[in-house]
Write a new protein. Structure first.
Lengths: 272, 283, 271
């Protein structure tokens, strides 16, 4: 008897979930239809602005080798930069949290540094590592990740409840214990939110970094050369590939977050 | 009291700049002395002296103006595109955010895509957009260069502002909402007097990100479309002749950095004025 | 413990915050004997929380002497002679209930088996057996405070410092936890210094109630609570209880504080 009650309850919940997604699906279908027919045929949008959806898919299939090779190169650059930049950001955040006066004094400068157009340095990193080297793009991606991860992690490490610190003081805990047991775990939500942002930035750094020149096969160069040759479907196909990679990278970090933060009320409650 | 803290800020500023200078010149000196090639070989081409870069500001360029003036014009061009795009993107983003907050069906339909836009490199669209618009005819002629570039700044601003406006509007304290209902306040009043003020911190967070993104977008847009007037164009130009005069490119980056920071600071200032309190992370 | 058997001994204690600023405490003299349950009560600004923190060496005094367990407050803290409970439970979300209680034991270097056993004992003490693997946010406020108390007692300190631990809880939970606290106190034989805003709570729990006056913080008077032990739910209904409550209330009144009116209102509701 209780089995049938819970069955209908979960069926109702499933029904609700589906109903929630219906508008999004409708919009998706409408958008696709507009892309395929409304824009080109009715509104006369030209190829060089936005090729038909079927053309883009066609280019995706035709040029799949080229695109896959480009995707792989760009992915390596993005992940490499992400790991380097985020890693450095975390290390420096730990140092600055340990020596607070420095951290406090530098905070405004770190925030300002985040506002610098780092990608504009791509030609310089090309001069350092050579146009064709992946390291120039890795550096750009790394620097792009460094500041947001540093600022957010530092904020997380230092936003500890004062009573928590009083408790630690009552335990006569040395600073490194306070770090290990309190500051670091409580900074994890901040860290992951920064890592998600960094994953997007690393992707941008890798793809757009190539717009200043790069290895002939990288995704960014594929976009540029396709545009130069007026092969717009190919350029959009490359962007599509880059977007899918971006979403996948972000989703991976999100997945890791859900695992690492399984204790956090916001994450744990989502499951129920 | 205030004088002392202002003095301390100046001292910190000088110390930070001095520290950076020391790091730069120290690194250069050490790497050149030892001849290390990792991570990259250091010489006057790859890492010019700081003073060499600064002195370059006074050098004349092919246009007749000295470098500092030439780049000032470029920066202004880029700034124009960035600001106009930012403004349009912000306004559209705010409007869409408000609309989505009011109409749940629309929200559920559109939100996944707006959020997804946050995870894809939409900056990568820059060359396609700018080149494409160059072939479009509006009233008999293609739109001016700066306008084409501003479109990028616009869409880079639009998406984060929409997401954050919506999040902010929906974040209103449920108790405050009940209070409003008890006053028999209706839709627009609630929006204006409660939801909007609650949304402001979120909106400004997005605007600060968008400020930098607009400048980046403008530079990338100019550069990939070979528009010579702005900083992007200057980068393209000086990159070509990097071997002849590396300092030019470095100075251009300096201007780009200052433009990015300047724009960010202006939004910060606006936040301070509008929200009537110090932005949280500078406290 | 010092020669005269007091766990805490305070002489001429003063605390001034900031340069030329607020005088939080002035000329405090207080002795707390072993096994006592002493409440500190007074309106806002009387320095009771500050006094508690000075005993725990969390705040440094400006002047005067504090002896805890025969040592300086600092030494007592380093020797982990006391446990502390705040108004907020201050539990860590990333640790289970069991691990939260075990935290000070981990820091003391106890091995896993010993920790596990002590955690089990503590959970029994606060009647939360079975909740080992829960996370703090899955528990009610009252349950979280019980975990906090279990944690504070886990390493069997001689002294327990409590800063309005039940202040955020509703009346019924509060009364139940009062009883539990008394049982724990009787069972462990520890000494308790308890800060509270509630007159009835102070009288019900304590052997002595220290009334403080504000601006600057001073001891206005001390009320000896001669109600029989162990206290029960019936104790609150005895005439002597009301007499003592009135005595404390009048001392508070004499401090001239407005906040007494608020405390009076709450007391009237119960009475």
């Amino acid at each position: 008897m209780s089995g049938s009650v819970s069955n209908s309850a979960s069926a109702r919940r499933a029904g609700e979930r589906i109903r929630e997604w219906v508008p999004a699906v409708v919009v998706f279908a409408l958008g696709l239809a507009a892309w395929q027919w409304l824009l080109p045929d009715v509104l006369g949008v030209e190829d060089f602005l936005l090729p038909r959806f079927s053309d883009v898919v066609g280019a995706l299939i035709d040029e799949r080798n080229l695109l896959l090779r480009g995707a792989w190169i760009t992915l390596k650059e993005a992940v490499g930069g992400f790991v380097l930049g985020s890693g450095a950001g975390i290390v420096v955040a730990l140092v600055l949290a340990r020596w607070r006066p420095f951290g406090n004094a530098l905070m405004p400068y770190l925030i300002a540094a985040n506002a610098i157009p780092i990608i504009a340095f791509a030609p310089i990193t090309n001069a350092w590592f050579g146009l064709l080297s992946p390291w120039s793009k890795v550096t750009i991606a790394a620097v792009l990740c460094f500041f947001p991860v540093l600022v957010n992690t530092l904020r997380g490490l230092t936003s500890v409840d004062p009573e928590s610190l009083e408790l630690m003081r009552s335990y006569a805990a040395p600073e490194r214990e306070v770090f290990r047991r309190v500051r670091i775990p409580s900074s994890l939500p901040y860290l992951f939110s920064a890592l998600k942002v960094a994953s997007v930035l690393a992707m941008i750094g890798a793809v757009v970094g190539d717009y200043f020149g790069g290895s002939l096969e990288a995704l960014g160069i594929v976009v540029l050369s396709a545009v130069n040759l007026s092969r717009y479907s190919t350029s959009w196909a490359a962007i599509l590939v880059a977007s899918i990679m971006g979403i996948a990278f972000y989703a991976t970090i999100s997945g890791i977050e859900r695992y690492a933060l399984s204790w956090h009320p916001s994450v744990a409650r989502r499951g129920s | 009291m205030a004088v002392r803290s202002a003095l301390r800020r100046v001292v910190v500023f000088v110390l930070v700049l001095g520290g950076l200078w020391a790091l730069w010149e120290g690194y250069k000196w050490l790497w050149e002395r030892t001849g290390w090639t990792r991570p990259f070989r250091v010489n006057d081409l790859t890492l010019p002296h700081v003073h060499a870069i600064l002195l370059q500001l006074g050098e004349p360029t092919s246009t007749g103006d000295d470098l500092w003036l030439y780049l000032a014009h470029s920066a202004l061009f880029t700034a124009k595109s960035a600001v106009v795009g930012f403004a349009f993107g912000a306004v559209f983003g705010l409007v869409l955010g408000v609309v989505l907050a009011q109409f749940g069906v629309l929200r559920r339909g559109v939100m996944p895509y707006v959020v997804a836009s946050q995870t894809i490199p939409i900056l990568a669209l820059a060359p396609i957009v700018v080149r494409g618009l160059g072939s479009v005819s509006i009233g008999g002629a293609p739109p001016p260069d700066w306008a084409r570039v501003s479109v990028i700044a616009a869409y880079l601003t639009f998406f984060p502002v929409t997401v954050n406006t919506l999040r902010g509007l929906l974040s209103a304290d449920p108790w405050a909402l009940e209070l409003m209902h008890s006053y028999a306040a209706r839709g627009w009043t609630i929006l204006w007097k409660l939801r909007m003020p609650s949304a402001l911190p979120y909106i400004f967070t997005a605007l600060k990100i968008a400020a930098t993104a607009s400048v980046v977008g403008a530079i990338i847009g100019e550069q990939t479309a070979s528009i010579s007037n702005g900083l992007g164009g200057a980068i393209l130009n000086f990159n070509q002749y990097y071997v002849l005069e590396p300092a030019n490119l470095w100075v251009t980056n300096l201007y780009a950095a200052l433009l990015g920071i300047g724009f960010f600071l202006m939004v910060l200032l606006a936040e301070k004025l509008v929200v009537h309190r110090a932005p949280e992370h500078l406290v | 413990m010092s020669a005269d058997g007091s766990v805490v001994s305070i002489r001429g204690l003063s605390k001034v915050f900031g340069k030329g600023g607020v005088s939080a405490l002035q000329g405090i003299d207080l002795d707390v004997a072993r096994g006592e349950f002493v409440s500190l009560i007074g309106p806002s600004g009387c320095g009771k929380s500050t006094l508690l923190r000075i005993v725990g060496d969390i705040v440094e005094p400006t002047d005067g002497d504090v002896t805890v367990n025969g040592k300086s407050a600092r030494r007592a803290r380093l020797d982990r002679d006391y446990g502390i409970v705040f108004q907020a439970p201050v539990l860590y979300d990333w640790r289970t209930v069991a691990k939260n209680i075990a935290l000070p034991l981990e820091m003391l270097g106890w091995d896993r088996a010993r920790r596990g056993e002590r955690v089990r004992e503590m959970l029994e003490l606060v009647e939360l057996t079975g909740f080992e693997r829960y996370h703090p946010w899955q528990l009610s406020g009252g349950m979280q405070q019980r975990v906090s108390i279990a944690r504070a007692l886990s390493f069997s300190p001689a002294l327990l410092l409590m800063d309005e631990p039940f202040g955020a809880l509703d009346e019924m939970t509060r009364e139940r936890l009062n009883m539990e606290l008394l049982e724990i106190w009787a069972g462990t034989g520890s000494t308790v210094i308890f800060v509270t805003h509630s007159i009835s709570e102070a009288v019900f729990l304590s052997t002595r109630v220290v009334v403080m006056s504000p601006r600057p913080g001073r001891v206005a008077g001390v009320v000896h609570v001669d109600l029989p032990q162990p206290r029960t739910t019936v104790t609150r209904e005895e005439p002597r209880f009301f007499e003592l409550v009135t005595e404390v209330r009048e001392l508070l009144h004499a401090t001239g504080a407005d906040e007494v009116e608020e405390t009076l209102a709450t007391e009237d509701e119960i009475a």
